[in-house]
Design a protein around this ligand. Structure first.
Ligand SMILES: [Zn+2]
Length: 327
């Protein structure tokens, strides 16, 4: 079968498309014929050796956001079912797991980072990580739920988003941004988006601003800055009293400073969020039954053009980049 591999040397130039043996299937596993996956910062950074997590094994198959079709049956998943892969490795026994926080498992990590991922034709995955693709889910949306959708939804829950509140989203038209906008609207928030791309308005933004045109006096109950250092100071400035500043990414750097006195005197909460739980993913799939979720797609690349996809990812792209394993 075809697979993309990277390491022990990193960088786009070291990425290879190779022939590999089929994966071995564990007792609790289901063999999946991979259809497509998303390309996210975590994958890009892994391939370029810039990830904050340890990578195993090496050489490594990247790809953390995947859908496919079951080739074998499990207890509830039947051969032929189309499935979404929940991308956390977890033991199910530590204190985080038994309190429904398996994404923080003491003995786990990100599937596709601490294990081989899904930029290959077949993967073998524990059945507890599989969710059925419902008929009402668009395939491209399904392939965007394990990272982009889940990160967005979990972050809003962590921030305690409530109907009637307002939210200001930096990077509103990005991978996670387009889901934050949609979920926030569904939850009944007033949504301000910061983006160059006017199309994000149709995803549920009440108002869209270019970065430099956010009104000075605009404040929001929740401000999402998934872009890191460069946006930290201005994002903080738009927080209302009792506001929550949400972060889950460091695209422009990981260092920030802030005025501690403003944090306590205005009762600011700084909310970190990473991935999400299986319960979150289950809830998202339920939400999609009543509310049409969508993505904007930039392009879908065959696995053999992964290098081109990575290059375009770096150059900047309007909408999601998807990788098709069968073209
Ligand atoms: Zn655990």
């Amino acid at each position: 079968m075809k697979a993309a591999t990277i390491g022990p040397e990193f960088g786009n130039d070291h990425l290879k498309i190779v022939e590999r043996d089929m994966p071995s299937i564990g007792n609790e596993d289901v063999l999946i014929h991979v259809e497509k996956g998303g390309l996210n910062p975590v994958d890009y950074n892994l391939i370029n050796g810039r990830l904050i997590y340890n990578i195993s094994p090496l050489p490594h198959v990247p790809g953390t956001e995947i859908i496919g079709t079951a080739v074998t049956s499990g207890r509830l998943i039947n051969k032929g079912d189309q499935v979404i892969i929940y991308n956390r490795v977890f033991d199910g026994t530590c204190d985080k797991c038994i309190t429904n926080r398996e994404h923080l498992c003491a003995n786990g990590g990100i599937w596709g980072v601490i294990t081989d991922g899904g930029y290959q034709e077949y993967v073998s995955v524990p059945e507890k990580n599989l969710f059925k693709m419902e008929d009402y889910l668009d395939e491209d949306v399904g392939a965007s739920l394990p990272v982009a959708g889940l990160t967005a939804y979990h972050a809003l829950k962590r921030a305690g988003a409530r109907s009637g509140e307002s939210i200001l989203v930096y990077g509103a038209s990005g991978n996670t941004g387009m889901f934050i906008v949609q979920f926030a609207k569904i939850m009944g928030l007033h949504v301000y988006g910061v983006s160059r791309n006017e199309w994000i308005r149709s995803f549920g933004c009440d108002e869209v601003f270019y970065r430099k045109s956010v009104p000075q006096d605009l404040t929001a109950d929740i401000v999402v800055n998934s872009l890191g250092s460069e946006f930290w100071e201005e994002a903080s400035r738009h927080l209302s009293v009792s506001g929550r500043l949400v972060t889950f990414g460091i695209q422009t750097g990981k260092d920030a400073s802030f005025d501690i006195s403003k944090v306590y005197s205005r009762e600011t909460a700084i909310v970190g969020s990473t991935g999400g739980t299986r319960k979150d993913l289950h809830e998202i799939i339920s939400i999609a039954r009543d509310h049409q979720l969508r993505i904007k797609k930039f392009r879908e690349y065959p696995l053999t053009e992964l290098k081109q996809a990575l290059s375009d990812f770096q150059k900047g792209h309007e909408g999601r980049i998807l990788i098709n394993m069968n073209r």
